[in-house]
Design a protein around this ligand. Structure first.
Ligand SMILES: Nc1ncnc2c1ncn2[C@@H]1O[C@H](COP(=O)(O)OP(=O)(O)OP(=O)(O)O)[C@@H](O)[C@H]1O
Ligand SMILES: [Mg+2]
Length: 334
């Protein structure tokens, strides 16, 4: 029997909210604000009473100083930075030593082997193991159920796809044995839409719109991971109050010599205002383009003057991150 629209809406499976997943993997081009989004999301989750773990996978640690200025590194063992919020940094060789130690119960010996320069040279030339071992460690942390939510600061894309692709490559190359079994556990985790979310972060600029759309398509089709929103970061807002859209033009019409009480002359003020307004308009245009090209609802994060330097800035991003994403309407053709 046909359902009416309300019945259909109630019966439709609801996509879980951003804080309802067990694993959120944040990715995007270099410098788009991934680390800030990771830290802000972790903060939002901790505020909501979740036990949250931040996992960094890059070369250094960027999250602890953001969440807790002056904090010493958290390392592979990890540390609670504030109540309910723990961070750790996955170093692939440490993860490999732990894995081999767990598999074969020879931790002391594997530590010795892994410190050997020739072994490291061999491993450095081998593709894929870092990604697999890192994802395996994330799987293991998630399985322990010590945390409600794990937020991963994934490598910048380009590398980001490879990161999630590796389990599938291993499964297609290895027919049986523990490696295949472990790779398929990791793949199941990545492809579990109710538990795992891939969160792309983009800037509202010209190139990212197309690049992000391509990334989302490849992630969905090749990797099979859920992507239900895109974060558009650092969107500048217009400094004009509502109802004063022509302020710059009116300033520009004032006599250039007018005494503005110590402020720059009207043409200079007009140029500053005009610049800020057109930047906001451009950002809004590309935000909408990203939403349309990806076909995803958008989470808009504000541009913060002076960058993101500590907990107060993160709080502002955290509030915006948990807002329901906004679907951008198709462009009017009239
Ligand atoms: N909403 C924002 N407003 C203003 N500045 C921002 C915003 N988000 C991030 N930034 C700034 O942009 C820079 C890059 O941010 P971040 O380190 O989070 O990017 P990333 O994607 O993790 O970079 P990488 O690829 O190098 O790891 C930082 O200086 C940060 O302070
Ligand atoms: Mg980063």
């Amino acid at each position: 029997m046909a359902q009416n629209p309300l019945e259909a809406a109630l019966a439709a499976p609801q996509s879980p909210g951003i804080l309802d997943r067990r694993l959120v993997i944040v990715t995007g081009k270099g410098g788009t604000g991934k680390t800030c989004v990771v830290a802000a999301l972790a903060l939002a989750a901790a505020r909501a009473g979740k036990r949250v773990l931040v996992v960094e996978t890059g070369l250094g640690e960027a999250v602890p100083p953001l969440l807790s200025p002056g904090a010493s590194p958290v390392g592979y063992a990890g540390r609670e930075l504030q109540p309910g919020l723990t961070a750790l940094h996955i170093e692939p060789y440490e993860a490999l030593a732990e894995y081999v130690g767990l598999q074969f119960g020879m931790r002391a010996m594997t530590d010795l082997v892994f410190r050997n320069a020739a072994f490291r040279q061999l491993m450095d030339a081998s593709p894929g193991w870092r990604e697999l071992i890192t994802l395996g460690k994330i799987w293991h942390l998630r399985e322990q159920e010590r945390f409600d939510l794990v937020v991963v600061d994934a490598p910048a894309t380009g590398h980001g796809i490879t990161f999630l692709d590796v389990p599938r490559v291993v499964i297609s190359a290895v027919r049986a044995g523990p490696l295949r079994r472990h790779a398929s556990w990791v793949e199941d985790m990545v492809q579990s839409p109710d538990e795992t979310l891939l969160l792309p972060v983009a800037l509202a600029e010209e190139l990212p719109a197309r690049e992000t759309a391509e990334l989302v398509t490849r992630l969905r089709e090749d990797v099979g991971v859920a992507v239900d929103r895109v974060v558009v970061n650092a969107v500048a807002r217009s400094p004009l109050p509502p109802g004063a859209p022509d302020l710059a033009a009116r300033l520009a019409r004032l006599p250039a010599q007018l005494d503005c009480g110590g402020l720059p002359a009207p043409p200079v003020l007009a140029a500053c205002l005009g610049h800020a307004v057109s930047r906001a308009e451009l950002n809004r245009h590309y935000r909408d383009l990203i939403g349309r090209e990806t076909g995803l609802p958008v989470v808009e994060l504000p541009y913060l003057d002076g960058g993101v330097s500590g907990p107060d800035d993160l709080e502002r991003l955290a509030r915006a991150l948990v807002e329901p994403p906004v679907r951008i309407a198709a462009e009017s053709t009239s």
